[in-house]
Design a protein around this ligand. Structure first.
Ligand code: NAP
Length: 283
């Protein structure tokens, strides 16, 4: 067991955070590698966010933390040490490290986590038609990562068209050769021509949520990926499975973004299999 005089403290900030599985996988990784550290969930109401950055980090002696909904964008202005290119690109951060002098460095591991999971599923985005539902924080990371792998086309739909348009501009600015369009309706996504359909909205987390798409449009060749991991099978994924499609929920993305966060904090190779097992135990 590696000895440290004080227990290192890590965590997740968000509102709410109780649904999160991150603590299970991070604590399993610390335990496996004999690191004297603990990962906790911090539910921070919006009016307390500033206080968290100005006081709580020091008071709780945090060494690092993840950031989730709704703070990934709001946390960026607090970064005053190194800021990774993908945080600048997405204007969103999901992993913060507290440096020895108390300054804050940030990276965004969501997009890379998503693309690593696509690879795990044997899906190659190159020259593929991608239809993306949602243009919020998760969608931005996914869209910019996918755009770096030269898809044939990326279509984006969000009920808030201004968000879809902002994301289109980010993709165009950073990946000018990407064929990216926003569409005004779900029909515009041309799901029947997609090779990869991604849900990056929270629709599907609740039992009462509607099925996002017309399941009749699903060809069995399409890979359907839902960023939601709890529940493990959303209505969209169930419909896709019944249509014969290959499907994936967001658990693999969660795993890889968490493994990359672990490495950013500790400088050690993340025990991915241990972290995966800890996640699967929660399902
Ligand atoms: P977000 O920033 O709130 O973005 C969601 C976007 O979807 C918003 O722009 C929202 O518009 C839009 N939207 C809502 N309903 C829609 C619909 N019916 N059709 C089209 N667009 C719709 O949330 P997020 O951070 O991107 O998270 C989205 C989901 O991904 C959540 O379930 C989250 O847990 C999951 N996620 C998973 C991982 C992972 O590691 N697996 C990582 C990141 C996110 P309005 O704002 O107007 O409602």
């Amino acid at each position: 067991m590696e000895q440290t005089s004080d227990k290192l403290r890590y965590g997740l900030i968000g509102y709410p955070v109780s649904h999160s599985y991150s603590a299970f996988m991070q604590n399993a990784a610390f335990k496996y590698l004999g690191i004297n550290a603990e990962y906790e969930l911090f539910q921070i109401p919006p009016k307390e966010l500033d206080n968290f950055f100005k006081k709580t980090i020091v008071e709780k002696k945090l060494s690092g933390f993840n950031v989730t909904v709704p703070y990934k964008e709001k946390a960026v202005p607090y970064l005053n040490a190194s800021v990774s290119p993908n945080v600048r690109m997405n204007q969103a951060v999901n992993t913060v490290r507290v440096e020895k002098d108390g300054s804050l460095s940030g990276v965004n591991t969501d997009g890379i986590g998503f693309c690593m999971d696509l690879k795990d599923h044997g899906f190659d985005v190159r020259r593929k038609n991608v239809s993306l539902i949602g243009a919020g924080g998760g969608a931005k990371s996914v869209a910019t990562c996918v755009s770096g792998i030269n898809p044939a086309r990326l279509r984006i739909f969000d009920i808030d068209q201004s968000k879809a348009e902002l994301l289109r501009r980010i993709v165009k600015d950073f990946f000018p050769s990407t064929n990216v369009e926003t569409v005004e309706t779900m029909d515009g996504l041309e799901i029947d021509r997609a090779d990869l359909l991604i849900n990056a909205t929270p629709v599907g987390m609740k039992d009462s949520d509607p099925l996002l798409i017309d399941p009749g449009l699903l060809r069995k060749e399409v890979f359907v990926y839902d960023l939601i991991y709890n529940p493990g099978e959303t209505k969209l994924l169930r419909a896709a499975r019944q249509a014969g499609c290959i499907t994936a929920n967001g658990l693999g993305m969660l795993l890889y973004q968490g493994a990359l966060a672990f490495e950013f904090w500790t400088g050690k190779v993340a025990p991915v299999d241990i972290m995966r097992r800890a996640l699967l135990e929660q399902i």
